[in-house]
Design a protein around this ligand. Structure first.
Ligand SMILES: Cc1cc2nc3c(=O)[nH]c(=O)nc-3n(C[C@H](O)[C@H](O)[C@H](O)COP(=O)(O)O)c2cc1C
Length: 208
């Protein structure tokens, strides 16, 4: 069995947003798909370690803004490389969001559409919860093509220098999923990426 087969899967990229009482939050996900057409349903899978996960569990409503090829790395840094547990991700971002009919922010820059969903079902999948729901609202925002995960890696994410060692001579391990770099001779077997929450097997030793 070759685990690299998993890397052949293709994904879109999305800003998943929600609101619970006064708190707005959101994170980057690659797991939104149309799950059925009659009734029209969307599913998303969100890591239980994410604040957005707990908030969707409570609010039972979310919006996915579909990321387009116009997006810059700043959008990914803001929503994918920090947690709403430590930061207000909407601070200084008010000109790039609007509230939809459900009261939840959708992102208007670097996106081409948004879809708002009311959660009907949840499924505990271990590390992640799958949320399935019906669409309550949706709009097209631009004609720019949607960004795939491959497009993000090739064109949006800054290329890390392909060096195997830090200037101090330590080994670097890089997460194949989000690019996070761990410095150390051996990567602990139970290591979990602090950014995208993927396990040690998704890390590769960076070689010159
Ligand atoms: C390119 C990219 C894709 C990601 N895909 C997912 C995903 O599908 N599911 C998920 O739960 N987290 C995913 N993440 C990680 C979350 O966006 C990240 O952990 C975020 O900081 C969580 O924020 P929160 O704690 O405020 O919810 C992804 C991050 C990046 C950069």
């Amino acid at each position: 069995m070759d685990p690299k087969a998993m890397y052949k899967l293709s994904y879109g990229l999305f800003v998943l947003t929600t609101k619970f009482f006064d708190k707005d939050n959101g994170c980057i996900i690659n797991t939104a798909i149309q799950a059925a057409s009659e009734p029209n349903q969307i599913s998303i899978c969100v890591n239980k370690a994410n604040l957005t996960h707990d908030m969707v569990m409570q609010s039972r409503e979310f919006t996915v803004s579909i990321i387009s090829q116009d997006a810059t790395f700043d959008l990914f840094k803001r929503f994918g490389f920090q947690s709403g547990k430590d930061a207000d991700k909407f601070e200084g971002f008010s000109d790039k969001v609007k509230r939809g009919a459900n009261g939840i922010y959708y992102v208007t820059e670097g996106t081409n559409a948004y879809i708002s969903v009311k959660v009907e079902k949840t499924e505990d999948l271990g590390s992640h919860t799958m949320f399935v729901g019906t669409i309550t609202d949706m709009e097209v925002l631009s004609d720019s093509p949607s960004a795939t995960y491959a497009y993000y890696f090739d064109n949006i994410k800054p290329k890390p220098e392909a060096v195997g060692k830090t200037p101090e001579g330590e080994t670097i391990w890089r997460c194949r999923i989000c690019g996070y770099e761990y410095v150390g001779e051996e990567l602990p077997e139970d290591f979990i990426c602090p950014v995208c929450k993927h396990p040690a097997e998704d890390f590769e030793k960076v070689v010159k």
